[in-house]
Design a protein around this ligand. Structure first.
Ligand code: G3I
Length: 381
């Protein structure tokens, strides 16, 4: 081609033809360059970068919360690890009524304040857990109520004072509050007959949400619950949804539903489709939804060649279900790493330890489940 161009260039008549050929070649090279740079022309197989930098970074880019609960005892290394891998944190115990006030009215915010401070330093969102719950209350709460001349009035006053004190203390610092945790009976499909329900009836929920809204108007207010079967038609799910509907009909300021997501080694594992439908059945009520306490025991897969690959698939299914449902805003795991999980500490689950149920292993390294969750967020799985 070069020889031909030279020859034509020498020949006066051929010069026009040579210029024409040069222009065509230059244009061809330019267009080919544009195609390569823009990535067009590769049969629509647009290359998505499936490299997971960190879950926190990927989640942040897609406007999603990926959180972990952190125990009171965890130190600098664990706090740093949270900052690297997660963009949301929940106090596993430190913000519960009985942790803040072992005795009625005697508040000590030290541990919880430390957690909120480290989260702020690292730019991590805080989920507040929990204002009102049947468990982990001040040791003398029940005696205080039962011993009062008017137990109902005393309980109402204590509930109000507690919510105002705690939600007020963290006003503007806590993005979301589990206002009431586990309003359902432990096993069945009824409302739990706890101290609050016994004296105030279902209205204890209304009161709790109204007080929380007044104490911290910016915080998202959650009703948090666990289920044994994660389908929209499960009896317990149906009863819980009916409760949520009643609250909404009464104008109670509830913003979101928390689905805990404990998979402790027995019972049904979720399917992606059913989980998605269950989440949608709450967002259809106009609420947001979040998976707030997820863990998946490796005991589900005793005979699997690679139990952690199986575990990863469960995490992938739940993350994918949540990503698919508009209004599902995040997933929090109940613990940060397999070093420390309530399943290994609390009976009867501790009898089947170690559960290895979380996203980081005992060396704080990402597990297959971590990468699976990340790949879902990247759109690669
Ligand atoms: O702080 C005391 C300590 O002083 C004492 O020496 C020790 C002796 O047992 O107990 C310590 O308290 C324990 C506390 O965790 C802090 O570690 C309690 O016994 C123990 O019962 C408590 O367990 C917590 C459990 O809630 C209480 O029901 C778990 O750590 C915590 O992970 C778990 O979290 C709950 C969520 O809040 C709600 N959803 C279910 C989830 C799992 O049960």
């Amino acid at each position: 081609m070069a020889e031909l161009l030279k020859k034509l260039w020498k020949d006066e008549e051929g010069q026009g033809m040579a210029k024409y050929i040069v222009i065509v070649i230059v244009l061809f090279i330019a267009i080919a360059g544009i195609i390569v740079v823009s990535g067009c022309g590769d049969d629509g197989d647009d290359a998505i970068d499936c490299t997971c930098s960190t879950l926190a970074e990927v989640a942040g880019q897609t406007g999603f919360w990926v959180g972990a609960a952190i125990a009171d005892s965890e130190g600098d290394l664990e706090q740093k690890t949270i900052g690297v891998h997660f963009n949301s944190v929940t106090a596993e115990n430190a913000m519960k009524w009985g942790s803040l006030a072992p005795s009625v009215g005697q508040y000590d915010f030290q541990k919880a304040d430390a957690l909120v401070a480290f989260a702020a330093k690292r730019g991590v969102r805080v989920r507040g857990h929990v204002l009102i719950w049947r468990d982990q209350q001040p040791a003398d709460l029940e005696a205080e109520v039962l011993g009062a001349d008017d137990p109902e009035a005393r309980l109402r006053a204590l509930l109000t004072e507690h919510i105002e004190t705690v939600a007020g203390h963290y006003r503007g610092q806590v993005d979301a509050w589990d206002v009431v945790n586990e309003p359902m009976d432990r096993y069945g499909a009824q409302i739990d007959n706890n101290l609050f329900y016994q004296y105030l009836g279902e209205e204890y929920l209304d009161e709790s949400f109204r007080r929380a809204r007044a104490a911290d108007p910016q915080a998202r207010l959650f009703l948090n619950e666990y289920f044994y079967v994660h389908t929209p038609t499960d009896e317990r799910v149906v009863a819980f949804r009916a409760l949520v509907k009643r609250l909404l009909e009464r104008g109670v300021p509830i913003d979101a539903v928390g689905i805990q997501g404990h998979f402790w080694g027995v019972g049904e594992l979720p399917t992606r489709a059913a989980f998605e439908e269950m989440l949608s059945s709450f967002t259809e009520l106009g609420l947001e939804v979040e998976i707030t306490e997820m863990d998946v025991s490796r005991n589900y897969f005793p005979h699997a060649e690679d139990p952690f690959a199986e575990q990863a698939q469960v995490y992938a299914d739940v993350f994918a279900a949540c990503r698919t449902v508009p209004g599902c805003i995040g997933v929090t795991t109940w613990g940060m790493s397999d070093i420390s999980t309530w399943l290994d500490r609390n009976e009867p689950f501790s009898n089947y330890a170690p559960h290895h149920p979380l996203l980081l292993d005992t060396n704080l390294q990402p597990k297959p489940a971590y990468y699976a969750a990340c790949e879902v967020l990247l759109g690669c799985r």
